[in-house]
Design a binder for this molecule. Structure first.
Ligand code: SAM
Length: 367
């Protein structure tokens, strides 16, 4: 049985006092305007915003049903950041050089009128504004999201085999509906589309090659993700990880691949191109080849806590700051102070021991 972190512990981890102390301390040597750098010399380029902690799937590796059941205490609506609050906080990040914002969750398309938030964020400037979704509601929403100013989408799809996919999402959701969502997103111009497949040994590794085959030449980029020890409910074991190396070898044996340069410093996926010009794939080797050294991502949870690492145990409560009347200067000082003291590098120091440590759930912090 998976170990449960009581949600209360996660919520209490906001450390308003710690944040106040940090900001007070930072006020003694305020950050000059402009881009921020953390203690390991890493900039701040991406912001991931979780807009809901709820999901309509119960993927076995992310929100297992025995933990996230009918009685699971999801956040009450009043605890969620409003669209205005999200936009205000995002604006502070953009003021510090963030160029890419990704909406996530939970399942972001469950948040009502999400296209309104997209339109509000679009007003912040020429950002790369993207969304990660399981695709279930995408066919319905793609056109509105594109019209509101979304740049592109990433769709999670763990297998093309219907039985495997249903077993993984654990709510009997069919592959065909996700494929409809992918087609609708492409038709709406939300391209280039990325398709994320998490690979778990013994569950879906036989889907790797068919997935590559299916999308080769489509213009969509499939990204194969090593199964990670996020959260504490999925019972992760190193043996369950299929390495990026194995994935590249499997695909390359049928469809030869050559490594390609990163599009930009800090890109999460390693790129591989088909030698025959059929496009590219990506592999995200967060377990076997940690990329903490290049990590420029901040994460804002559904209720407004700022996390400086996907594997963090604690976040900083920006919602209190905003709801208690903090002005833009206070918000900027807080995020500057948080980023400048950032020292995280979890994936570089991962051990079997740390994998069992309490961490926030991916569905709460956002993938
Ligand atoms: N519901 C949306 C979706 O399905 O894309 C967004 C949230 S989901 C948490 C974001 C991504 O995280 C998905 O691609 C999911 O497969 C991935 N993910 C969740 N748990 C993971 C784990 N333990 N290891 C690797 N990826 C994981």
């Amino acid at each position: 049985m998976a170990r449960i972190i009581p949600l209360a512990d996660v919520r209490d981890a906001g450390r308003p006092t710690a944040l106040a102390g940090l900001v007070r301390e930072a006020a003694k040597s305020p950050a000059p305007p402009g881009p921020l750098v953390d203690r390991r010399g890493r900039g701040l380029h991406d912001l991931r915003i979780s807009v809901t902690d709820r999901c309509n799937f119960r993927c076995i590796y992310c929100m297992p049903k025995d933990v996230f059941g009918h009685d699971y205490p999801f956040l009450p609506h009043g605890d969620l950041l409003t669209f205005e609050e999200i936009t205000r906080i995002a604006g502070a990040f953009v003021g510090r050089g963030v160029q890419k914002i990704r909406l996530t969750g939970g399942e972001p398309l469950l948040r009502r009128h999400l296209e309104r938030l997209v339109a509000m964020l679009r007003e912040l400037g020429p950002l790369d504004l993207t969304l990660t979704t399981n695709g279930a509601l995408l066919a319905k929403k793609a056109a509105d999201l594109a019209a509101a100013g979304l740049s592109r989408v990433t769709v999670s799809l763990d297998s093309l085999d219907d039985a495997t996919f249903r077993a993984m999402n654990d709510v009997e959701f069919p592959v065909g509906k996700v494929l409809e969502g992918i087609d609708a997103a492409a038709a709406a111009g939300l391209a280039p589309l990325k398709i994320n497949m998490v690979v778990k040994r013994g569950v879906n590794e036989s889907s790797i090659v068919p997935m590559a085959r299916r999308f080769k030449g489509s213009g969509h980029i499939v990204r194969f993700i090593e199964y990670m020890d996020v959260g504490a409910t999925n019972g992760w074991r190193m043996d369950d990880v299929v390495s990026a190396r194995e994935i590249v070898d499997l695909i390359g044996a049928e469809m030869p691949l050559a490594p390609a340069d990163a599009n930009y410093a800090g890109e999460v996926a390693q790129r591989w191109k088909y030698r025959d010009g059929g496009g590219e794939i990506g592999v995200i080797a967060s377990v076997t080849q940690a990329f903490c050294r290049d990590c420029t991502r901040a994460r804002l949870s559904t209720e407004g806590k700022l996390y400086t690492c996907l594997f963090a145990q604690e976040g900083f409560d920006l919602r209190s700051l905003v709801r208690d009347g903090g002005d833009d200067a206070a918000l900027d000082a807080a995020l500057a102070a948080i980023w400048r003291q950032r020292d995280d590098r979890y994936s570089e120091i991962r051990t079997a021991e740390t994998a069992r440590a309490p961490k926030v759930e991916m569905s709460y912090i956002g993938g």
